[in-house]
Design a protein around this ligand. Structure first.
Ligand code: NAD
Length: 494
């Protein structure tokens, strides 16, 4: 990484941000703005348009016009591919600038941000661009007198509402397949992570994505997001975020046009370590990184450690020792392994979980509090808590911060019961050298993603999505196209 360039970019002024609607930068219809604060020091980084329902409606109308005109949807797939490949290349060209802007806005460690944000977004856009001219329809196995053709057609106007953690990675998981499929999009970023999505949307225009095909409206979820969810003119709604918001979106669909709603929600993912794990030191390191990187603000974070009782004390001791070597602080320092918490509100939420556990008599083995307060930034020490009970809030509810709840188990059945004992089902991991046990556990754990002897790091080739209250749709892999391509049957008498 170019340290001198990072030093230049870290204090560069950030111009006020506007919506991107119909290819133009647009202020909020009532002129309102909101402050964008940096979690690195609590200072105001810039302002951005505080969107209204009218702004969302304007963007939806622009997306509808662009879709109905066929300017994008009716292009040959190979022509859309060419534009999207150019877009991916532009994002890569500006990757460091975009990554630093994102770190200043949401606090992810720069090394991780560079890979997981602009570079991952470019990779995702390229993946779906490369796929779209290789997707075929079907000829049905009909009797000789008829021909049944199954076409796959772009679904129309997509509303995409995304969270503040990894806005580009998660945003691209929606934008890549939606735009490759020929849909038009209205994107609503989170209030505390909008700037980089606006930046890549500008680059989409530069690459040749026609005006109106990709629109970005910033501002409060309860106004802009709700207007998208309630619109009669949005055909598909894709969402990554919290369960309560996901419920509202389903209700809004039911009250409006029954738009399809795909939800990627949170998790309380169990990371299960058996005594026969192949390499306990590796398991310790990966466990810590699996919960503490990006200050725990990772949807699949392994936030519950379930460890076989015979190795519980040894494992926790090693984990605490490793955790204390992790460098927490300035996310623009390349040596930092745990950056800032995204906002004061999230920091307060994290600390409240710890205080509740403390009051319940659970053991705070390491961490447990805010640190580096003198910076003005929102930093928290990675926290390991043992003795957690299954009905504690800490064992059931997502913290979305650097807080690990530890429970001991005795048998494989106990481990399965604990693992499946929450409302969530996003991710899990099993550490064991026993191949049979590994496969049994993969089958028995109710989650969309089960790791074996690792945590995190799956690539685009596999889907990501949850079961139970972790959601109902999948990002990544060719399966993501299913959300953005409608099946249409032609039944032809010969
Ligand atoms: P959130 O639900 O508060 O916000 C997500 C988005 O929804 C934001 O853009 C927000 O402005 C918008 N929103 C808020 N209220 C709305 C409303 N009433 N109507 C429409 N839109 C509204 O979630 P968050 O705090 O930004 O994100 C963290 C959550 O996201 C965590 O629960 C995390 O686990 C989850 N997450 C899930 C995945 C996954 O792939 N499953 C990935 C990352 C994050």
């Amino acid at each position: 990484m170019d340290q001198s360039r990072i030093a230049e970019l870290r204090d560069a002024p950030v111009p006020p941000a506007r919506h991107l609607i119909g290819g133009a930068a647009v202020a909020a219809s009532d002129g309102r703005e909101m402050e964008v604060c940096s979690p690195l020091n609590g200072a105001v980084l810039t302002t951005m348009a505080k969107g209204t329902r009218a702004d969302a409606d304007q963007a939806i109308a622009a997306a509808r016009r662009a879709f109905d005109s066929g300017v994008w949807a009716n292009l040959a797939p190979a022509a859309r591919k060419a534009v999207l490949l150019k877009w991916a290349a532009l994002i890569e060209e500006h990757a460091l600038e975009i990554a630093v802007l994102g770190v200043r806005e949401n606090g992810t460690e720069i090394g991780m941000a560079l890979k997981a944000e602009p570079l991952s977004a470019a990779g995702t856009i390229r993946y779906y661009a490369e796929s779209i001219d290789k997707l075929y329809g079907e000829i049905a196995p009909t009797a000789p007198g008829t021909l049944g053709l199954v076409h796959r057609e772009p679904a129309g106007v997509v509303g995409a509402i995304v969270p503040w953690n990894f806005p580009l990675m998660i945003g691209a998981w929606k934008l890549g397949p939606a735009l490759a499929a020929g849909c038009s999009v209205v994107l609503k970023p989170a209030e505390t992570a909008s700037l980089t999505l606006l930046r890549i949307a500008e680059l989409a225009l530069d690459a040749g994505v026609p005006p109106g095909v990709l629109n970005v409206v910033t501002g409060p979820g309860a106004e802009v997001g709700a207007a998208i969810a309630e619109s009669m003119d949005v055909d598909v709604l894709v969402f990554t975020g919290s369960g309560p918001t996901g419920r509202r979106l389903l209700e809004a669909s039911a009250r409006s046009n029954l738009k399809r709603v795909y939800l990627e929600l949170g998790g309380k993912s169990p990371n299960i370590v058996f005594a026969d794990a192949p390499d306990l030191d590796e398991a310790v390191k990966v466990t810590a990184n699996g919960i503490f990187r990006n200050a725990g603000q990772v949807c699949i974070a392994g936030s519950r450690l379930l460890v076989e009782r015979s190795i519980h004390d040894e494992f926790v001791e090693k984990l605490a020792a490793f955790t204390q070597t992790m460098k927490v602080g300035d996310p623009l320092d390349p040596d930092t392994t745990c950056g800032a918490v995204n906002s004061q509100a999230q920091l307060d939420r994290n600390l409240a979980f710890v205080e509740e556990a403390r009051a319940q008599g659970r053991t705070i083995v390491t961490g447990g509090g805010r640190i580096l307060q003198d910076t003005g930034g929102y930093y928290m020490a990675p926290t390991v808590i043992t003795g957690v009970q299954s009905d504690d809030r800490l064992a059931r509810e997502e913290v979305f911060g650097p807080v690990l709840a530890v429970q001991a188990f005795d048998t494989e059945d106990d481990a399965v019961n604990l693992a499946n004992g929450t409302d969530y089902g996003l991710a899990a991991a099993v550490w064991t050298a026993n191949l049979g046990r590994a496969h049994r556990m993969v089958r028995r754990i109710r989650a969309g993603l089960v790791h074996v002897n690792t945590y995190g790091g799956s690539d685009l080739s596999v889907p990501l999505g949850g079961v139970k209250q972790s959601g109902n749709g999948h990002d990544k892999s060719p399966h993501a196209f299913d959300k953005y391509l409608d099946l249409k049957t032609a039944w032809i008498k010969l």
